[in-house]
Every structure is written in C-alpha cells, then in structure tokens.
Write a protein that binds this ligand. Structure first.
Ligand SMILES: Cc1cc2nc3c(=O)[nH]c(=O)nc-3n(C[C@H](O)[C@H](O)[C@H](O)COP(=O)(O)O)c2cc1C
Length: 198
C-alpha cells in the first residue's frame, strides 16, 4: 500500500473479528512508529501493549462505572468497546520540557501556560506517534481506533495498568482484524483546512 492509499483509506474500526493478533507484528509497528517526529526529539511516548482479558475487562468496567456516575446512563459504544479487541495499546505521554520552559515560567507565566498547555509540544509529539501507528496498522490489514473517550476514567485506568506520575495516559488504541465498515466518515472541503498566504 502506498502512503496516499494508506492515508485515504484508513478508517476508525470499532468492531473486530475474534482472530488473535501477533504481538511481534504490534511490536514491529511500534518499532517503526518511533521514527515519528517529536519536539526536541524528546520521543516522550510509551506504549503498554495489553492482551490480558481480565485487565481489559477491568478497564472497561472502570469506564462504565465513571460514565454512569457522571451521567446516570450506561456508557455508549464509542466509550466502551475497546475490550472486544484482541489487543489494546495504552499510549502514555512522558514529560516534555522545552529548553525555554523554565525561563518562561519565571519571566512570563501566561506565555508559558500557552506554550505548555495550549500549543502543548509534548502532546503533539505523542499525537504524531499515534498517527504513525494507525497508518501502519492499516497497512498491515488490521484495524484500530484512536480513543480518548474512555479516559473519563483516566486515573482508574492508570491505576489498573500501572502508569505513574509524572507520566500521563493519553489514548487507548484497540487493534484487531477489522469487521470492515462500508462507509467512510465524511470530510469537509479542503478550503476549510487550508489558506494560502502569498
Ligand atoms: C483525539 C481523538 C480521540 C478520539 N476518541 C474516540 C473515542 O473515544 N471513541 C471513538 O469511537 N472514536 C474516537 N476517535 C475516532 C474519531 O471519531 C474518528 O477519527 C472520526 O470520526 C473520523 O473517522 P475516521 O477515523 O473513520 O476517518 C477519536 C479520534 C481522535 C483523533
């Protein structure tokens, strides 16, 4: 698959066949994805590759319980299907400290806040890593879904898998043989995504 085909045909997959997934294949995908760019080449990502069904079921139960506590309702599919995949990646953001961060904090707290939490180069690097993973998963004929919805139960899931401060869980990615989706999610016109300044 060439890169244009991979980008144009990737879809979020939320239903998986029961077939197992080879963990060496997942490790290889992650091994390639570390070529992703990151601020200051910090490579501030880490991935838990979770296969254990008890662990995945506990994670789902935590999401359902928090969702019910907040809304009084059962969690909808988009929050709580990840444990139906044969493997789930839990992607963690490790601390990223830019070279000017400590100086900025003293000189201009607002500017520092903007850069650290709005521009957030640390999170952008991890997002790039995840994008690489999704495209490579698709290239291997597997399906995946980038998920932040379940992180309403972020502290509970971090506890279950052992993510410790100052690391932060930022996404779950269930992966498996896809039950193919017929339709592709629509996209806005490219004019809503770009403007030329000549
Ligand atoms: C940061 C981020 C968070 C997402 N969280 C969820 C999620 O919690 N649950 C879900 O089902 N899909 C989630 N998605 C997938 C989006 O819904 C999906 O990418 C979008 O609808 C476009 O569809 P496509 O990926 O099939 O092109 C997320 C995607 C991103 C980039």
């Amino acid at each position: 698959m060439d890169i244009i085909e991979a980008v144009e045909t990737r879809k979020s997959i939320r239903k998986f066949k029961s077939d197992d997934v080879d963990l060496n294949q997942i490790k290889r995908i992650i091994g390639i994805s570390i070529n992703s760019p990151s601020g200051g080449n910090a490579q501030n990502w880490f991935t838990y590759i979770i296969k254990n069904k008890d662990t995945l079921n506990m994670m789902r139960a935590a999401v359902e319980s928090v969702y019910k506590k907040i809304t009084g309702k059962d969690a909808p599919g988009v929050y709580a299907f990840f444990n139906e995949a044969p493997v789930v990646l839990a992607v963690v953001q490790k601390p990223y400290i830019g070279s000017l961060d400590s100086i900025l904090e003293n000189v201009d707290k607002n500017r520092n806040y903007d850069r650290k939490f709005i521009v957030n180069p640390g999170l952008q690097g991890v997002a790039s890593f995840i994008t690489h993973i999704l495209l490579l998963v698709h290239n291997e004929g597997l399906g995946a879904c980038w998920m932040t919805g379940p992180l309403i139960a972020k502290p509970e899931i971090e506890n279950i898998i052992g993510v410790k401060n100052p690391d932060n869980l930022v996404a779950l990615i269930p992966i498996g043989k896809p039950v193919e989706r017929q339709s592709k999610s629509s996209r806005n016109d490219v004019s809503t995504a770009a403007k030329i300044i000549e």
